[in-house]
Write a protein that binds this ligand. Structure first.
Ligand code: TXA
Ligand code: MG
Length: 310
């Protein structure tokens, strides 16, 4: 490879060779590979130590390419118009003639698709003649990465290239909406349910499921810093790191703030970063104060609950 290539061209160079690289998105960084390639998609599972039954999200930059792989419907059109590119993932019916690798879907007849909103990744996707399978760029069950540095911490030299796109603006994964059968919200995320409901004129709630086949990644320990977490705490133990939603006048060394003024978006953006900092400081446990369970706070609480599964 020529050294003077732009970073986007370097990224393309590796992807065209069926390698996996990390890409920035507005939600979290993804571990990306050619979604049409059996080899590249298998690599993603290996690197992430991910259960093969857990299908991958595929990233597109235009509807033309998506139309080759999936059926769309009127609800998709409405949501796409309002939120894409952006932090929303759609589960759609896969077309028989699609070239998506069977590894990506685990042989299922549906595909999760997303149009990420990050200038570098958009440019990269436009330069490719295939979409990118890209789960979050962390080892399975661990904290998702929101910067180049986080990805390095997860994979070290095991991945060939990280396309640096700065810190992820949203900092939490996309909202997943299933449009196959009855419309459902499968994962809380970067777009609040209320906004989706407004567009669809519905009253959908987060569809909690214990069915690992329906949403494999939704039912077990996830987003974990690897140490115990206690939620809704008002008084932390002296040895605990204490995560607070809003900056206090009186502060202590073990206090970590998610936002200055109880701003839930800012708190969401800081959540994974804060968990990673605490983990690296070798605390033995974490306490978190109560986070309002409204709007984006619902997504934050969802991630905290999963991170605290024993
Ligand atoms: O914001 C995001 O969505 C990030 C960025 C990189 O795009 N990606 C991400 O991917 O969070 P991942 O793999 O960490 O989470 C995707 C979730 C998993 O829980 C997986 O089980 C679910 O989507 N999923 C994938 N394909 C599915 C399908 N066909 N039906 C239902 N759920 C699916
Ligand atoms: Mg993930």
């Amino acid at each position: 490879m020529k050294n003077n290539l732009s970073n986007i061209k370097k990224a393309k160079y590796y992807l065209d060779k069926d390698e996996c690289i990390a890409i920035p998105t507005e939600t979290v960084y993804g571990l990306a590979g050619n979604a049409y390639s059996d080899k590249a998609s298998l690599r993603i599972f290996k690197l992430k130590k991910r259960n093969k039954k857990n299908p991958l999200i595929v990233h597109y930059s235009n509807l033309e390419m998506l139309n080759k792989d999936c059926f769309i419907n009127s609800e998709f059109n409405k949501l796409y118009k309002k939120f894409c590119p952006g932090p929303i993932t759609f589960v759609l019916k896969l077309k028989k003639q699609s070239n998506i690798s069977k590894n990506v879907t685990n042989n299922k007849k549906t595909l999760a698709v997303r149009f990420p909103n990050h200038p570098k990744t958009k440019k990269l996707l436009k330069s490719l003649n295939y979409p990118l399978a890209a789960p979050s760029a962390n080892i399975s069950t661990k904290i998702s990465p929101v910067s180049k540095r986080d990805v390095k911490e997860e994979f070290g030299k095991k991945i060939k290239f990280i396309l640096d796109g700065g810190r992820s603006k949203i900092g939490l994964e996309s909202t997943i909406v299933s449009l196959v059968g009855k419309t459902k919200i499968l994962r809380l995320g970067g777009i609040e349910n209320s906004k989706i409901n407004k567009v669809l004129n519905k009253n959908l709630k987060f569809h909690k499921t214990n069915n690992r086949i329906a949403v494999p990644g939704q039912s077990r320990l996830h987003y974990s810093p690897g140490i115990p977490i206690r939620l809704n705490v008002s008084k932390p133990k002296p040895y605990e790191a204490f995560i607070l939603i809003k900056k206090r006048n009186k502060t202590f060394k073990n206090y970590y703030y998610l936002s200055k003024t109880k701003n839930l978006k800012q708190a969401g953006r800081n959540l994974y970063k804060t968990l990673r900092i605490i983990k690296n400081k070798n605390y033995k446990s974490i306490a978190v104060e109560q986070i309002p369970n409204i709007g984006f706070g619902e997504t934050i609480n969802d991630r905290l609950k999963r991170a605290s599964v024993k």
